[in-house]
Design a protein around this ligand. Structure first.
Ligand code: ADP
Ligand code: MG
Length: 691
């Protein structure tokens, strides 16, 4: 007896050779085959009478084979001709150059064909899809119905796949156990697994197909959310956390000493974090906010709160330049307080490089800044209470797991400069609590965004030169491209820098260059010269290094803007407009850039709400591209689609979290399907972000 877990090889008509082909489609077991959902469908529902078909339409007809022949053509083709008849008349079907079909058909066979009607000495159906109706099995598979169409690989065709799926549905599906708890199905009015599998492959009609899809997509989203809910539940087990007092001496004074007032949004987020840190649950929080909204100061406040309690904080950023910048900010904002801080980055001298880890280990440092190497490698902490991860999306999600793996459970705050659309946040960061800073500090100016064509460069340069004479500074950014193109890109940027420094329109403008191949101390030097105003115009290939705060820089020029996602462009744009000067973002697009790309860029020019831009970006590029890194931590869905299933995802999330809240161990008999399915989902779990 075949079980869902049996290898497909034992299915009728498969065997070892075919099983290998199936393997290439990721199909190993019977269940894999059933979960190989159609990629699309062809509607061949309506069967027409032969007399009623007309040239130009697509039709499906059913009839008896009256006769057939192979007809050679003048140009050497050997066409197969078949005459089909029903009670209303007969029609010729033609398959160009497929003489072997004469071995397939027999006079008198019942056949269904679907194809386009042409006219050649009478009506003719051209290259139709056909299905021979066997006596025992009168049910149609390939035509005369909504026909599934599958993702294929070499050596396997639609027909074989359809037939194998159909047989398997008949033989194995009745044995399948339901994978969702009955009460969830009832409450959400979802169909059962058996019915859904039948209807997803061979739907009776479109309504049935939709209902099946909904059920199967729900299931996928539900289990993803259940895994995240469990992870969150584990992380929050009370005994593991350090509870802090949140009115320590330094923290309380910190807000008063700031050179500015926190925005309402910053205050609210700080309050959310205070609650976390004072509870006995481990904080796992994502802090989202548009670029420039002031996340750093909020994170520093949290670090200070932790330091007040005699614990340590690790503050991580993706690049050394950002580490340096955060460290400098912290030194400035915390200078009145007796906080012991250190940063590990390129410039750190060898002696300090050895000393800092030692001091961290012995508990002499309150806050340590560094790249992610800080946690991953040798640095240990005496009393690590908080980990701050800036620009989380650049780290890749996986590193979140590194800490828990060491058996450390500090509070964690991850920050993302790219607003993440809700559906993605629920997926990739679904085990985190989310705080949002949705307000900008007062006095921010809207960055004037212009899309110009390559041919208008001269005007851009004149404008640039004028602004530099007024004392402003500018960035020119070259797109971050694939590893393989890196050297070309480097050349382009280097040439660009040379071209700009020689350009007569830019006489007197001091040009600097920064690219990914430079050593970190060279980068730092260049950055320093830009900050101190020795460089007016910084040409850069690396977007990340521009994640910096230079308030005198008021012009951002982006080359090849069409190669970026909208969110990235928005983030680049956020690098200017931080000071008191009117700021500009100029996108120089190639002249041949198509209408789509122009429309996309137009969204950016007309909108400066990072969340709205992120939604648009997600819709245009899809989730994987949006997140951008290979380690983006997106589970691979078979049928759910984050773009269209947002509401279903919310629903699945609510159900999953509710289920776990009411039955934390999933021990109630009615939740047995959930417990069982979760155990079977090991492969799926592996595609989720690390715990
Ligand atoms: P991001 O959220 O993009 O990381 P930053 O934390 O770098 O933004 O803050 C951007 C700038 O805004 C910094 O120079 C910071 O000092 C300043 N800033 C932060 N909060 C406020 C505020 N409430 N009022 C005025 N300026 C602020
Ligand atoms: Mg930042």
């Amino acid at each position: 007896m075949l079980k869902p877990s049996s290898p497909v090889q034992y299915l009728k008509g498969v065997g070892p050779a075919k099983a290998e082909v199936f393997q290439r489609l990721g199909i190993t077991t019977v269940m894999d085959l059933l979960r190989h959902y159609p990629r699309g469908y062809i509607d061949r529902t309506t069967v027409s009478k032969i007399s009623s078909i007309t040239p130009g339409q697509n039709c499906t007809v059913m009839g008896t084979v009256l006769g057939f022949q192979v007809r050679p053509t003048r140009d050497g083709r050997r066409d197969f001709i078949l005459v089909l008849t029903d009670e209303t008349g007969s029609v010729e079907c033609i398959w160009f150059n497929q003489p072997f079909l004469q071995r397939v058909f027999k006079t008198g066979l019942e056949v269904v064909v679907s194809g386009e009607v042409g006219f050649y000495r009478g009506k003719q159906i051209k290259n139709p899809v056909y299905e021979i109706l066997s006596r025992e099995d009168q049910e149609l598979i390939h035509t005369g119905r909504i026909v599934p169409s599958y993702r294929l690989t070499a050596d396997i065709g639609q027909k074989i796949l359809r037939r194998t799926v159909k047989r398997t549905l008949e033989s194995c599906v009745p044995l399948l156990r339901e994978s969702l708890p009955e009460h969830v199905l009832k409450r959400r009015n979802l169909s059962g697994l058996q019915e859904a599998l039948r209807q997803i492959h061979f739907p009776d009609d479109w309504t049935a197909q939709q209902k099946a899809r909904e059920r199967l997509a729900f299931e996928e989203l539900f289990y993803m959310q259940l895994i995240l809910a469990r992870r969150k539940q584990r992380a929050q087990e009370p005994s593991r956390a350090l509870a802090f007092s949140t009115d320590g001496p330094r923290f309380s004074r910190f807000l008063e000493t700031l050179p500015f007032q926190l925005t309402q949004a910053q205050k609210r987020v700080l309050e959310e974090m205070r609650l976390d840190l004072s509870s006995r649950r481990v904080m796992n929080r994502l802090l989202e906010g548009d670029v420039g909204c002031g996340k750093t100061v909020v994170a520093l406040a949290a670090c200070l709160m932790v330091a007040d309690n005699g614990c340590q904080a690790a503050f991580m950023a993706p690049t050394e330049i950002l580490v340096e910048q955060h460290y400098a900010t912290a030194c400035r904002l915390l200078k009145e307080f007796d906080v012991k801080m250190a940063a590990l980055y390129g410039k750190t001298r060898t002696r300090a490089r050895e000393q800092i880890p030692k001091q961290a280990r012995e508990g002499e440092l309150d806050i340590v800044f560094g790249t992610h190497a800080l946690i991953q490698e040798h640095v240990q902490f005496a009393r690590l209470g908080l980990v701050v991860v800036d620009e989380q999306h650049r780290f890749g999600v996986l590193q979140r797991g590194a800490l828990a793996g060491k058996g450390i459970f500090p509070h964690t705050l991850v920050m993302s400069a790219t607003p993440i659309p809700r559906t993605l946040a629920m997926t990739v960061f679904g085990d985190l609590d989310v705080s949002v800073i949705d307000e900008m500090p007062p006095g921010r100016r809207r960055v004037v965004t212009r899309i110009v064509e390559d041919g208008e460069r001269a005007k851009v340069y004149e404008f640039l030169a004028k602004k530099v004479r007024e004392g402003r500074q500018a960035f020119v950014v070259y797109p971050l491209v694939e590893e393989s193109e890196k050297s070309e890109q480097l050349m382009a940027a280097t040439e660009m820098a040379q071209h700009l420094s020689r350009n007569p329109l830019l006489r007197g403008v001091r040009v600097g260059l920064m690219h990914g191949r430079m050593k970190s101390d060279e980068k730092e030097k260049t950055m320093e010269r830009f900050k101190t105003g020795e460089i007016d115009l910084l040409v850069s290939t690396t977007v990340i290094e521009v994640g910096i705060d230079v308030s005198n820089a008021s012009i951002m020029i982006v080359e090849h803007p069409d190669r970026y996602g909208l969110s990235q462009l928005h983030q680049l744009r956020g690098r200017v407009g931080r000071g008191e000067h009117e700021s500009y973002c100029i996108l120089i697009k190639e002249t041949e850039t198509g209408g789509d790309a122009s429309r996309r860029l137009g969204i950016l020019a007309n909108c400066d709400d990072g969340f709205k831009i992120a939604e648009a970006d997600l819709a245009i590029r899809g989730p994987g591209e949006f997140l951008g890194t290979r380690q983006h931590g997106l589970p691979e869905f078979r049928i759910a689609d984050l773009l269209r299933d947002g509401p279903l995802l919310s629903l699945a999330r609510r159900e999953a979290f509710l289920l776990l809240e009411r039955d934390p161990e999933l021990s109630h008999p009615q939740n047995a399907p959930a417990r069982r399915t979760l155990n079977e989902l090991k492969d799926f779990t592996a595609t989720l972000p690390a715990a």
